[in-house]
Write a protein that binds this ligand. Structure first.
Ligand SMILES: *Cc1c(COP(=O)(O)O)cnc(C)c1O
Length: 365
C-alpha cells in the first residue's frame, strides 16, 4: 500500500454492505491513541522522498475521502475542487475537434461548458434525448466521449446505461456517467461498464450544503493515472477542510439517502393528488422530485416564497429540503417546463414537509 491508499480494512470491507463501507472506509489503522478519523492535514509541501511531495499532488485528508468514495463506487476516486472542475478535467480527455454526445437536459453547468468548448472550436457536441436509446446509440457512432446523466437534472429522465455504454465502447469512445443524483448507493455505473464516474460531491455525498467539491472515479488504473495527471497540471484540487467535511458527510450517506428517498416517494404520491399540480416527475428512486404547476411560472415562483420549512435555494442533496423554479436561470434549456419546480427532499419528518407544501399549494388554488 502506498501512502495514498490508507485502506487497512478495504479488503475486508469489499464484501460488506454499502452502509458499513460508508462508515468504515478510509479510516486510520486501529492503533492505540490513533484518532478514529483522518485528521485535516494542512500542507503545501511534504518531506521529500515519498509519493506526494507537493500539496497539489496529494494530501492524506483527500486520500481518506478518495478511499471511501472509490470503495463505494467500485473504482479509484480523485477529489476535485468542485463538480465542474471534475467535469472540465474529464472533457479535457478528448482531442481537438472530437465529438462529445451529451443529454440535451444535462446539468446546466455541464451544458454551458460544452457550449463554451464548442464555440471556441475545441470540440463538437451532439445533444440527445437520453430516453431515446436508439437515437443515442446512433449518435455514439463517431463520438470520442459519451456523457451521461441519469436521472437528468432536473427533467429526471432515465437513460439505459448498459446499452449506451456498450455503444460508446463499440465506437471507441469513453463512457462517462455523472452519478450525482443517484449516488453510489442507488447506481454504480462502473459495474455497468462506464469508464468514468463524475460527482458533484457538493450534493448528496457531502450532504449538508456547506462544501463545494467534486470527484472522478475510474475502474481502470491507467485512466486513473491520466486523470490524476490532468488534475496535477490543471490544479483544480480541493481544500483539506472541504475534504474532511465531505468525508464526515459521507459517513451518513446511506441514512440520508434512505430517508430522503422515502420522503420523496411519499411526497410524490401526495403531490400527485393536489389540484394545483399538473405533473409530478419522480423516477422511483432518489430524493429529487419535480413538479409542474398547473397555473404556470408565476404560481411556481409564488410557491417558492410561501413556505416556512422549504427553503428557496438552488443546489440539492442537503439534509434540509430546498426547492426552486429551474427556469429562473437563463441558462436552463427551453425543454424544461417554465412552471417546473425542482424539489430536493431532505431528511425532515415527511408530514411536516407535506403540511408546509400543502398549505402553500392550497393558497394558490
Ligand atoms: C451541481 C452539479 C454539478 C456541478 O457541481 P458543482 O459542485 O456545483 O461544481 C454537476 N453535475 C450535476 C448533476 C450537478 O447537480
Amino acid at each position: 500500500m502506498t501512502a495514498d491508499a490508507p485502506d487497512h480494512l478495504t479488503d475486508h470491507l469489499a464484501s460488506m454492505g454499502t452502509g458499513t463501507r460508508a462508515v468504515h472506509l478510509g479510516r486510520p489503522p486501529h492503533v492505540a491513541d490513533q484518532p478514529l478519523n483522518e485528521p485535516i492535514t494542512p500542507a503545501s509541501t511534504f518531506v521529500a522522498g515519498g509519493d506526494r511531495e507537493y500539496g497539489r499532488y496529494g494530501n492524506p485528508t483527500w486520500s481518506a475521502f478518495e478511499t471511501a468514495l472509490g470503495g463505494l463506487e467500485g473504482g479509484r476516486a480523485l477529489a476535485f475542487s468542485s463538480g465542474l472542475a471534475a467535469v472540465a478535467t474529464v472533457l479535457d480527455l478528448v482531442g481537438n475537434g472530437a465529438k462529445v454526445v451529451a443529454p440535451r437536459n444535462c446539468y446546466t453547468g455541464t451544458a454551458m461548458q460544452l457550449g463554451d468548448l464548442e464555440a471556441r472550436g475545441r470540440l463538437r457536441t451532439e445533444l440527445v434525448d437520453v430516453t431515446d436509446t436508439a437515437a443515442v446509440v446512433r449518435a455514439c457512432e463517431d463520438a470520442a466521449l459519451v456523457w451521461l446523466e441519469s436521472p437528468t437534472n432536473p427533467a429526471l429522465e432515465i437513460a439505459d446505461l448498459p446499452t449506451i455504454i456498450a455503444a460508446a465502447h463499440e465506437a471507441g469512445a469513453y463512457a462517462v456517467v455523472d452519478n450525482t443524483f443517484a449516488t453510489p448507493l442507488l447506481q454504480r455505473p462502473l459495474e455497468s461498464g462506464a469508464d468514468l464516474v463524475v460527482h458533484s460531491v457538493t450534493k448528496y455525498l457531502a450532504g449538508h450544503s456547506d462544501v463545494l467539491m467534486g470527484a472522478v472515479v475510474t475502474a481502470d488504473d491507467e485512466l486513473h493515472g491520466v486523470i490524476k495527471g490532468r488534475r496535477d497540471l490543471l490544479g483544480a484540487v480541493p481544500g483539506t477542510f472541504e475534504a474532511y467535511l465531505a468525508l464526515r458527510g459521507l459517513r451518513t450517506l446511506h441514512l440520508r439517502v434512505e430517508r430522503a428517498q422515502s420522503n420523496a416517494a411519499e411526497l410524490a404520491r401526495r403531490l400527485g393528488d393536489h389540484p394545483a399540480i399538473e405533473e409530478v416527475r419522480y423516477p422511483g428512486f432518489g430524493g429529487i422530485v419535480a413538479i409542474v404547476l398547473a397555473q404556470g411560472a408565476m404560481a411556481a415562483d409564488l410557491l417558492t416564497h410561501k413556505t416556512r420549512l422549504w427553503v428557496h435555494a438552488t443546489s440539492l442533496g442537503g439534509v434540509e429540503s430546498t426547492f426552486e423554479r429551474r427556469r429562473r436561470w437563463k441558462a436552463e434549456p427551453a425543454t424544461i417546463p417554465d412552471a417546473l419546480v425542482r424539489l430536493s427532499v431532505g431528511v425532515e419528518d415527511v408530514d411536516d414537509l407535506w403540511e408546509d407544501l400543502r398549505v402553500a399549494l392550497d393558497d394558490l388554488t
